[in-house]
Write a protein that binds this ligand. Structure first.
Ligand code: KG4
Ligand code: ZN
Length: 371
């Protein structure tokens, strides 16, 4: 096996005496090939995201091998463009960060190998980033908030409530026991024949729909704890669509979409309310709820969470949609936060398809990497 350079030969985090720390971040864990350059002055010097939606649309969902091949084809151009947009060279950066999990392993390997190659060639430190930590720390890039804060992470692969205590320190208060919330949006859109990805299409259809027409269940509402479940809601929607048969015209599609969306929003709010109560027991001065992940782009869900925050005396932080969905800036920022605390990783750091932010939390029964 090739000998790796000794870790001590890679420059340690340095005091830059007024110069910004600059980190390149690479994200390839799902269906976006992304790279970005950020500074510790919270400047996003570049943020390039290449979506693979068109590659996956014919399949109605993400196909892991298609994703991995597309990352391999595009990663170098995307990284090159991010460096060009930032108008810097590899010698100007202080560290290279990449998502090393959790996610689709083929894609993760492409991004991690690209970052390691740059780190080796440019003699820069490599920082392995947990994709979920990227989502979790984005609010510190966009809004400079202090720890601790509560995070509701709602994406195509995850649905979790986490107390963010510090960089690398998270307490999971709740997780989905079956589907992720974005997955529920995508499956509902598919059942309605709206297309892929489902979240934005459901939101669009729901805008003109009657949210009271179908009385879908509010999963887990009133149950103890802060876990989520969406498979029962999905089954109810399926039954409603089957009963409608040929009566599923565009107006009815909108009513189903609106009724589904309000059921999801109600469920997220009720579980988050419980998490706020729990979080305040250990952090009475809790002041912020952060919502992140692709589903955080949903306006109805954002509005419902904002009302909850008003009611409970918290401030809602909802990063701009481009920073809520997968992107390189969140990985560069998480890498930067780790780097400035002195955390760098060896070039033989292994990719992790499953990598919970709270290693002490028990895995949820049917949630796979979503736990
Ligand atoms: O965070 P993300 O870009 O990728 C990961 O899953 O990590 O999230 C993608 C998910 C998809 O399921 C998509 O349907 C959902 O976010 N999504 C939305 C909206 N925009 C994207 N869900 C509801 N409303 C939206 N406006
Ligand atoms: Zn994500």
């Amino acid at each position: 096996m090739a000998k790796l350079p000794a870790k001590s030969k890679v420059p340690a985090p340095k005091e830059k005496g007024g110069f910004p720390v600059i980190v390149l971040g690479i994200e390839t864990s799902c269906d976006e090939t992304a790279a970005a350059v950020v500074t510790d002055a919270r400047e996003i010097m570049s943020n390039v995201v290449l979506s693979q939606i068109e590659d996956h649309r014919p399949f109605g969902g993400i196909v892991p091998e298609v994703a991995a091949r597309a990352h391999l084809e595009h990663a170098d151009h995307v990284i090159g463009q991010a460096m060009k947009d930032a108008d810097i060279g590899f010698n100007d950066i202080d560290a290279v960060a990449a998502t090393t999990g959790p996610g689709l392993i083929g894609g993760v390997l492409v991004g991690a190998m690209s970052a390691k190659a740059i780190a080796l060639a440019a003699n820069k430190p490599f920082v392995a980033v947990n994709h979920l930590e990227g989502h979790a720390l984005t609010a510190r890039l966009t809004d400079d908030i202090a720890f601790p804060y509560l995070l509701l992470l709602v994406s195509g692969g995850h649905c979790q409530l986490l107390m963010c205590n510090g960089v690398g320190s998270y307490t999971r208060l709740g997780t989905t026991i079956d589907d992720a919330v974005g997955e529920a949006f995508d499956k509902t859109a598919k059942m309605l024949g709206l297309g892929y990805p489902g979240g934005p299409l459901i939101e669009q259809a729901a805008a003109t729909g009657d949210a009271t027409r179908f009385d879908f269940p509010r999963p887990m509402k009133g149950k103890p704890g802060c876990d989520f479940s969406f498979s029962g809601l999905k089954s109810s929607v399926r039954r409603a669509i089957e009963l409608l048969g040929d009566d599923l015209d565009a107006a009815t599609q909108s009513d189903v979409a609106a009724s589904f969306q309000v059921a999801v929003a109600d469920s997220l709010v009720s579980r988050t309310r419980k998490a706020i109560e729990t979080a305040k027991e250990s952090a009475p001065n809790l002041s912020h709820l952060v919502v992140a992940g692709g589903v955080a782009a949903n306006h109805a869900i954002g509005d419902a969470l904002r009302s909850l925050c008003t009611e409970t005396g918290l401030t809602l932080i909802q990063p701009a949609p481009a920073l809520c969905t997968d992107n390189g800036a969140m990985i560069a920022w998480a890498g930067l936060e780790r780097f400035r605390l002195g955390h760098t990783d060896p070039l033989d750091f292994k990719a992790r398809p499953r990598w919970p932010l709270d290693p002490d939390a028990p895995p949820a029964a049917f949630a796979g990497v979503k736990a």
